[in-house]
Design a protein around this ligand. Structure first.
Ligand code: TEU
Ligand code: CA
Length: 537
């Protein structure tokens, strides 16, 4: 069983599985739970302590499973509830904790609540679970306000009887009305459903967007009004206090992890007060370019904001929504690494990977928890040239391809072999749901397993050290004086992390042991775009 040390969320290395693209057990080209179960060895060997699963529930897949029809059923493409329970138990036997993804802002348009709302009349209690409104204009032919969908286009869709409903994401994702006590009760029950099945934590999707100004006021999209009509409203905190009470009602308290994209660190930290969420993804760090001053400022600001509420920080380089960081860091102008999703002409993939490896040692040495998005341990780049007719992300389609969308970071993992499906599916299966590049044979798990200097072996070494070094994870850090464009800090007695973002080699300080380096070193010098962990006297 899992050694249930309390507060594991303050220090754990957490691996994000995007089930559709991790491993396909039954050969239909779509990842599934059988595939995950068959690859638990890979995750255990990697040295991670928890797995976060992107949604695996019943879904029509209008937004890759973030459109949920029923949170208590597993989508048949992924498996069954019995198999999910087996997977949770098997992970626990290996000492790996499980986090599932809960999406409170919206459900699928196929959810029983929404089909009932469509069948019911305007003004009915069924419609009150969502945001149905009359339109504007002479005959109500204009949407109730000018809000735009985050995926492009209007945030409103009209139904046959003339009313409109709100969807901040795709039209297939109607927003729930969190002023309704029924919505609140249902979600607390969904949390219990998964906690009762042994799940150790919940990732809360779009956590800062649930509450809306009930007047649904128009606003100028160029300005960010305060209070905003749907981002980071104070009413959100009441929701998560309720969730925290559910999480804390278990003998081994369960963790709540928020997806909170907010520019203001003080507002961000409010979600992490002692009676709300335990941790939240730190997207500021992900938005930094390959720039020592920016990274250092972000670390300081992050630690200060978290210290104010007694919460532990998290460090994230990639996830299923942003351009993979090998590609971001390989752009000619890395300040645009902050452009989390864009086409990437002229990327130097080798340079990007080199920096990505250095960044991995940095994030794993910083105080708090660290996330690894599936495939980053293989140094996978963004796949840029997916043909239009194979693209799946509604962002791509709703923006007519102006925004590349997120398919490029969701390409199925390469495990073995020289050609598609690279062991993702059994041999002779159809092409995976997104095509894999023909050039990935050197990036497979099998190929990298044999190479001591591979990205995979770097991750294994670093994550294993991280789990055993007593001063890594949660705890204090201390910056050291360092030359320009170098980050240097200690973690307690005897552990120093150096990151050389400059263009000149850096002489290593006195040390008794080189614990890890993101690139082979020679002559006691740390080359550019390289990190090292040192045992220091
Ligand atoms: O994302 C919420 C979200 O708003 C950001 O990820 C981002 O704005 C978006 O990807 C465009 O950059 C979460 C999930 O992580 C994402 O996969 C879902 O599509 C979205 O919620 C809707 O559930
Ligand atoms: Ca499958």
């Amino acid at each position: 069983m899992t050694p249930r040390t309390t507060d594991w969320w303050r220090h754990a290395a957490i691996y994000q599985v995007y089930p559709r693209s991790f491993a396909d057990g039954n050969g239909d080209g779509i990842g599934d739970l059988t595939g995950v179960r068959s690859r638990l060895d890979h995750l255990q060997r990697l040295g991670i302590e928890a797995i976060w699963f992107s949604p695996w529930y019943l879904t029509p897949m209008a937004d890759a499973g973030y459109d949920v029809t029923d949170f208590r059923q597993i989508d048949p493409r992924f498996g069954t509830l019995a198999e999910a329970e087996k997977l949770i138990a098997e992970a626990h036997e290996r000492g790996i904790r499980i986090i599932v993804d809960v999406v409170p802002n919206h459900v699928s348009n196929e959810h029983a609540w929404f089909t009932a709302a469509l069948a019911a009349a305007p003004g009915s209690p069924e419609r009150d679970l969502f945001w149905f409104r009359e339109g504007r204009g002479e005959n109500g032919e204009l949407p109730p306000n000018e809000w735009q969908s985050i995926f492009g286009g209007s945030a409103w869709t009209r139904v046959p009887d003339g009313q409109w409903y709100l969807h901040l994401f795709a039209p297939e994702q109607p927003d729930l009305n969190w002023r309704s006590p029924l919505v609140r009760a249902e979600y607390e029950d969904i949390l219990r459903f998964w906690f009762d099945r042994g799940v150790d934590g919940i990732r809360v999707d779009s956590a800062a967007m649930c509450s809306k100004d009930p007047d649904l006021p128009d606003y100028d999209h160029a300005r960010f009004p305060d209070p905003h009509p749907y981002v980071d409203r104070d009413e959100n905190h009441e929701i998560y206090r309720g969730w925290r009470a559910v999480a804390d009602s278990y003998a081994e308290p369960r963790a709540l992890i928020g997806e909170v994209w907010l520019a203001d660190p003080a507002r961000f930290a409010q979600y992490l007060r002692a009676d709300e969420l335990h941790t939240a993804f730190n997207f500021d760090f992900l938005g930094c370019g390959w720039d020592a001053a920016a990274l250092r400022a972000c670390v300081d600001q992050t630690l200060a904001a978290h210290a104010g509420v007694g919460a532990a920080s998290t460090w994230v380089l990639s996830n299923h929504d942003v351009t993979r960081h090998v590609t971001r860091y390989g752009r000619p102008d890395t300040s645009t690494a902050a452009g989390i999703r864009q086409y990437n002409p002229e990327v130097d993939e080798d340079l990007g990977r080199r920096r990505a490896r250095a960044a991995a040692l940095l994030t794993m040495a910083l105080p708090g928890a660290v996330y690894v998005y599936q495939g980053e341990e293989l140094g996978l780049p963004e796949v840029e040239d997916i043909p239009a007719d194979r693209r799946d992300d509604p962002i791509y389609h709703r923006t007519n391809g102006k925004d590349p969308g997120r398919d490029g970071c969701r390409v199925p993992l390469p495990w073995t072999g020289d050609t598609e499906p690279y062991g993702f599916s059994p041999a002779d299966s159809p092409s995976p749901w997104l095509p894999q590049p023909p050039t990935w044979s050197h990036l497979t798990v099998a190929a990298q397993d044999k190479d001591p200097d591979s990205t995979l072996n770097l991750y294994r070494t670093a994550l294993t050290l991280r789990a055993t070094e007593p001063t890594l994870g949660d705890g204090p850090m201390q910056w050291l004086d360092s030359p320009r464009n170098v980050l240097a800090f200690t973690r307690g007695e005897g552990f120093t992390c150096l990151v050389n973002l400059s263009t000149t080699p850096l002489p290593l300080p006195p040390h008794t042991q080189l614990l890890a380096s993101s690139h082979p070193l020679s002559e006691n010098l740390l080359p550019p775009d390289t990190s090292a962990w040192l045992r220091t006297p």
